[in-house]
Design a protein around this ligand. Structure first.
Ligand code: SER
Length: 325
């Protein structure tokens, strides 16, 4: 039986770049998504299906010796609010199915299946925190935040059971802030204004932002996102009692992002049409995250300036991506 890595939601913003990084390994990859892939790597078996399909999940764990799982398939915060029942099914039931399948597989093979789960700043609330620590007030105000917290806790519980048994799963999470990618334009999230502004500026489009210009939120570039995922998944043993770690590089408001982009794209115009569906969520998510635990555990580096984020990385990379050099 082949050793293999399972990745779900590989067509999404984080999934695509994670699959690219994983495809450079020698290991076979099983890539599951509800959408067809437009990029083909040689060592990847593509499956177009839902994580809710129990038969598919069963055959993946029967046909391959799954050693690692990267589980990205999910509805983001705005999509979850618009469709709470589907969010519960996909974000909670789908995730539990994967965690249980991995646990059974680990027990059967007398091994630990390492699972990466992307949690979110959405687990924080109800107040907007500054320098939020992992154990700070955790009372998510959104369906999406509650879904994420349920899975953090479920995975941690299954991990603890695995430690008692001597095999099962090794569950690891990062609490992601908003992610800015020069490669994809996300939708369905509350922090999406940041990457959407970047792409609009590069494409000479005007942008209407639904979040107040002064609202601060934490962000991470996609490059550092993938780096952090690969780092947490290679730490041989996590010393901390935590299974979910904060990661951020920089705290930004819409007006600061606009200003950075206007340095390169002086004609870029942003106007504001505040939407309470977005603002009320942004107001319960932290301004910035304390990343001391990740620094301790695997030397996570987060001393990023606006200049390093925009002028040195995002702007040159997006121009390259759109062939604008
Ligand atoms: N970026 C996500 C969202 O806005 C938060 O994890 O929904």
């Amino acid at each position: 039986m082949h050793n293999a890595i399972l990745i779900t939601g590989f067509n999404g913003e984080i999934g695509r770049q994670t699959l690219l990084a994983l495809s450079k390994k020698e290991t076979l990859i099983i890539a599951l998504d509800i959408n067809e892939s437009d990029i083909k790597y040689d060592n990847v078996v593509y499956i177009k299906d839902s994580i809710l399909n129990k038969d598919v999940m069963k055959s993946i764990f029967t046909d391959y010796n799954i050693i690692e799982v990267y589980h990205f398939a999910a509805l983001l915060s705005q999509s979850a609010n618009n469709n709470p029942e589907l969010a519960r099914e996909v974000n909670e039931e789908g995730s539990k199915l994967i965690i249980r399948s991995a646990m059974d597989h680990g027990i059967q093979h007398k091994s630990f299946v390492r699972i990466f789960f992307p949690s979110s700043i959405a687990v924080y609330g109800p107040r907007k925190l500054q320098d939020a620590k992992e154990w700070d007030i955790i009372k998510p105000q959104t369906i999406y935040g509650r879904n994420k917290l349920v899975i953090e806790q479920f995975g941690t519980q299954k991990y603890e059971e695995s430690i008692q048994l001597g095999y099962g799963i090794d569950f690891r999470c990062l609490r992601f802030p908003g992610i800015i990618s020069p490669y994809t334009i996300p939708s369905g999230g509350t922090t999406d204004f940041a990457p959407q502004m970047l792409h609009a500026a590069c494409n000479n489009e005007q942008y209407t932002c639904k979040v107040d210009p002064s609202t601060l939120l934490p962000f991470l570039s996609i490059k550092s996102t993938i780096h952090a995922i690969l780092q947490i998944m290679t730490v041989p043993h996590i010393q901390s009692k935590l299974r979910a770690f904060n990661v951020e590089e920089i705290s930004l408001s819409p007006e600061e992002i606009a200003k950075e982009l206007q340095k390169e794209f002086p004609k870029f115009i942003v106007d504001y049409d505040i939407d309470s569906k977005f603002q009320s969520i942004a107001d319960t998510w932290p301004e910035n995250l304390n990343c001391d635990e990740a620094k301790k555990e695997w030397n996570f580096i987060n001393d990023c300036s606006k200049n390093a984020m925009f002028e040195q990385y995002l702007i040159p990379e997006i121009k390259k991506n759109y062939g604008k050099y």
